[in-house]
Structure formats: structure tokens, C-alpha cells
Design a protein around this ligand. Structure first.
Ligand SMILES: C[S@@+](CC[C@H](N)C(=O)[O-])C[C@H]1O[C@@H](n2cnc3c(N)ncnc32)[C@H](O)[C@@H]1O
Length: 483
């Protein structure tokens, strides 16, 4: 039980409430804050506490409403502006956050966290060089703040300055050796660059120093698995699961190592985390891997599209898991459109939007989008997306309902290697592989298509890309809703 500060001392109570909120003990903070509010007149400090409590408790809209009122009452209070910038960043509103953070900097230029928030907001707006300048200033003012250093490293990386990113992290680790966020970023940056050996070195250093969380271990597992060290990866994933039993990313990777039963699809937050992190490098990386899916889908469309009469409107396309828009880019010269894309990852969608091929882009799970969609589609595509689904019966049934009679459903799958006797997915017709992706049997695709009422036009064996120098075998599937 916490000893309460003297009730006669509201300042001590306010400090206590702040400590409880920082520690995540919101249940204890709430009644104490209510007591302080009864004892003292409203003030920016109290508003800040109440807003931070709402943010901690996952009530961002209430927090924003209270902050808006507080800012209107005290427009020249930099603390309120900085807090609203932080909240807006959390709410994925970098433009609003930048406006508030800039105002906080003007009101109090000596405030490092306002400069850091401005930097993070500018980074969110794609202004990496300006972000570096603001975050470098914040780091200069408070060199041992690990969050400012993390922000600076991310901004340098986004600005193409790898050496700057490494320097920010290395100095940060020296000054704050216990900051687990910096350790995570040190490993993550190397994983993103494909430097798995460097990532393992960083992860081992973090473990030697005793600075470890589920993310350090999960990334260690990912790097080990990427180098083909699957047994070591399974150990790292199991350790990660002990520290983060509810972490969806870790659970999915542990399942993919075979140490947990696999779910029948990858969890949405897992997909988002992977692709939001991957988006800026996605296309360069896939080109390096010889990614063939957009070209294969284009060729299938050319082969299977019915010949249109000159006065017919071109068929509209629903692109499920459109990612950065590579399918539209590969087929933009065909008589198709408008293109509508659906994807879970905000950052992949931002890359697709920049290509300007899509009439509409929707941030949604493809199952939810298919359920909500009212329009019947002549063409539905899914390039390299069903590798995040094991069971295909539910997606096929939804696609069937959304296809026009005669409409085409064209997609790629990774092909499952022949199942071994002890393989738990043997009867299911699909299997979760070690890289967190599912692979499927031809027979399973055929029976599932038939059960969903879809006709098979083609199932072709194709190489989808290369990984570690070896071809990744796949299936290019064309199904149709019977007329
Ligand atoms: C490997 S990328 C392929 C992108 C694109 N189709 C291509 O071929 O370049 C997979 C994409 O599917 C998206 N995705 C995976 N599962 C999804 C789901 N359940 N709903 C919507 N999008 C999903 C990911 O966010 C990612 O952008």
C-alpha cells in the first residue's frame, strides 16, 4: 500500500500522481488526482496530469478534448502545447503535432522536449533533414536523453545518413547503457539493412549487459532465423515469449519457429508492424530479390481477361494487400480501372498513394474490407498477401461474394514443401514457415476454391523471388466466379 503524502500538501500529491502515471499505475493515480482536483483551483499542471492519465488509459479523444480546452484557456503555456504535440503524434497527426511543437518552441526556446517533438513531427511529415536539425538540437541540450537519441537516429536513417544514426545510438548507449529502446533500435536498424550478423552482435551485447526485453530477443530470433540458424532462433523466440507473453509480434514469430501452435492467419498488428517498418525499403529490397509477382499477375491478366468490346468500360480492379502499388504499376498500361487498393499498413499505403495509380486507397484488413464492400468487382487481385493467411476458406468465400459472375480472382501463394510425417499442418494443406509466412498445397487451393464456389482457370508453379540465393517456389492462381 502506498503511503499518501500529507493531504495538506497539494504539490506533493501532484508529484505523487505524476509518479504513479509514469509507472503505469493508473488505478492508483485516478482517485488521488480526483482528490487533488477537489482541493485546488484548476491549473495547467492539473490539466496536464489529467491528460497524461487519459493517454495512459488509452482514451486519446478525451485527452484531446481536455487539452483543447486547456490550451484555449492558457494559449501561451508551452507545457500544454508540447503535450498536445505529443498526443497528436500518438494519434498519427504529424501536421497538428508540428504546429503545436513549433508554438511550444517559440514560447520557450530553451525547452528540449519541444524541439524533439518538433523533430519527430517533421519526420512524420517526411521532412527528414529538418527533423535531424531539431533532434540534434534537443540532443545537444540534453545529451543523455535516450528518447531524443532514438528520434535523432531514426531521423538520420530516414535522411540516408547511416553513420549519423549509428553515432547517435552508440553515444546514447554509452551515456544511458540501461535504455532498452536504444538497444532495440541498434538491432532493428541492422535488421532493416539486412546486416543480420551485426544485429546478432548488438543483441548479444544487450543480453551481456542485462538490457533485454521481448523485442531485443524477438529481433535476435529474427536475425538468427534470417541466417538459417533456426534452432538458435527458436531458443531466442521462446525467451522472448517469457518476457512478452502477450506481444503479438513475438507470439507469431514463436509460432513460426514451431514452438507454439500456429494461428490460421498472421495477426493484424504483426502485419502492420512488419510492413510499416519495411515500407521505405520494400521496393528496393524486392527488386534485389528478383520479385516476380507483379509481372506474373500482369501476364495472367493478359491471358485470362475477356476481350472487351470498344464501347465497354474497362473492368475495375480491387487490389487486396496492395502494399506500395506494384501490381498497379506493372499493369497500368492494360485496359483496366479504376484501381482500388486495400492494405493494413499506413506506410505502405502512403507509398502507393505517391504513385497516383489508385482512385481509392483504404487502410483496412482485407477481410473487413471485403465484408464492408458493397460493389461487385470484375477483378480482384492479391499479390503476395495470402502468405499472411493459413486457412483460405474464409477469404475465398468473401471474394466469391464480391466478384461479379464471370469475374476473375488472381493471386500468388508460396508453395508448401512436401509435408513430413510429423508436420502438424500436414492435413490442413498449409503451413506457417520460419519467416512468419504461410505456404500452401495445390490440392488445398483446389478443394478450397471448389468449396467456395470458385472455378479454377489456372494454377501454375512459378518462382516468386529468390531468398538467400535460392528460388522461392510459388503458385500463381487464377479463379473465376461462374457465370
Ligand atoms: C509482400 S506485400 C505485397 C504488396 C503488393 N501486393 C505487391 O505485390 O507488391 C504484402 C502486403 O499485404 C498487406 N497485408 C497483409 N495482410 C493483410 C491483410 N489481412 N489485410 C490487408 N493487407 C494485408 C501488407 O501490409 C503488405 O503491404
Amino acid at each position: 500500500m502506498d503511503a499518501l503524502p500529507s493531504l495538506a500538501d497539494p504539490d506533493a500529491l501532484i508529484r505523487r500522481v505524476a509518479v504513479l502515471i509514469d509507472a503505469g499505475r493508473t488505478g492508483a493515480a485516478r482517485p488521488l488526482l480526483a482528490a487533488v482536483r477537489r482541493m485546488t483551483a484548476p491549473s495547467p499542471d492539473l490539466s496536464c496530469l489529467s491528460v497524461r492519465l487519459a493517454m495512459r488509459e488509452g482514451r486519446p479523444l478525451e485527452a484531446l478534448e481536455e487539452l483543447d480546452a486547456a490550451v484555449a484557456g492558457s494559449p501561451s503555456e508551452p507545457t500544454l502545447r508540447a503535450l498536445r504535440a505529443e498526443l497528436r503524434l500518438q494519434m498519427d497527426d504529424p501536421a497538428g503535432a508540428a504546429a503545436d511543437a513549433a508554438e511550444a518552441v517559440i514560447l520557450d526556446p530553451a525547452r528540449p522536449n519541444a524541439k524533439a517533438l518538433l523533430g519527430m513531427a517533421l519526420l512524420g511529415l517526411g521532412r527528414a533533414a529538418d527533423a535531424v536539425a531539431c533532434l540534434a538540437e534537443a540532443v545537444r541540450m540534453t545529451p543523455a536523453n535516450p528518447f531524443f537519441r532514438q528520434g535523432l537516429a531514426e531521423a538520420c536513417e530516414a535522411d540516408g545518413d547511416r553513420a549519423g544514426a549509428e553515432e547517435a545510438i552508440e553515444e546514447g548507449i554509452e551515456l544511458c547503457p540501461g535504455a532498452v529502446g536504444l538497444r532495440n533500435l541498434a538491432i532493428l536498424l541492422r535488421v532493416r539493412r539486412g546486416d543480420f550478423t551485426g544485429a546478432i552482435t548488438q543483441a548479444e551485447a544487450a543480453q551481456r549487459d542485462g538490457v533485454v526485453d521481448a523485442c531485443v530477443l524477438g529481433l535476435h530470433g529474427h536475425a538468427l532465423s534470417s541466417l538459417g540458424r533456426h534452432e538458435d532462433a527458436a531458443v531466442a523466440y521462446r525467451e522472448a515469449l517469457k518476457l512478452g507473453p502477450d506481444d503479438v509480434y513475438v507470439r507469431h514469430m514463436v509460432a513460426s519457429s514451431g514452438a507454439l501452435p500456429s494461428g490460421d492467419r498472421a495477426p493484424e498488428p504483426y502485419v502492420r508492424a512488419v510492413f510499416d517498418g519495411y515500407a521505405p525499403r520494400f521496393e528496393a529490397h524486392l527488386v534485389a530479390l528478383g520479385y516476380r509477382v507483379p509481372g506474373l499477375i500482369r501476364a495472367a491478366l493478359v491471358r485470362h481477361l475477356p476481350t472487351a468490346t470498344p464501347d465497354e468500360a474497362p473492368p475495375a480492379v480491387l487490389d487486396l494487400g496492395c502494399g506500395t502499388g506494384l501490381l498497379a504499376a506493372a499493369s497500368c498500361d492494360l485496359p483496366l480501372g479504376p484501381w482500388v487498393g486495400v492494405d493494413l499498413s499506413t506506410r505502405m499505403l502512403a507509398e502507393a498513394a505517391a504513385k497516383e495509380f489508385y482512385a481509392e486507397l483504404h487502410e483496412a484488413d482485407l477481410m473487413a474490407a471485403l465484408a464492408a464492400e458493397q460493389r461487385p468487382w470484375p477483378i480482384i487481385l492479391a499479390g503476395d498477401v495470402f502468405c499472411y493467411f493459413g486457412a483460405l476458406d474464409a477469404p475465398f468465400a468473401r471474394v466469391h461474394d464480391r466478384l461479379l459472375p464471370g469475374g476473375l480472382f488472381v493471386f500468388s501463394l508460396e508453395e508448401r514443401e512436401p509435408a513430413s510425417d510429423g508436420d502438424p499442418g500436414q492435413r490442413a494443406g498449409w503451413r506457417l514457415g520460419r519467416q512468419g509466412r504461410y505456404a500452401h498445397d495445390t490440392h488445398y487451393v483446389e478443394t478450397t476454391a471448389h468449396s467456395a464456389g470458385l472455378e479454377i482457370r489456372a494454377i501454375d508453379r512459378e518462382t516468386l523471388r529468390r531468398e538467400a540465393g535460392a528460388p522461392v517456389p510459388g503458385l500463381l492462381v487464377v479463379l473465376a466466379r461462374p457465370r
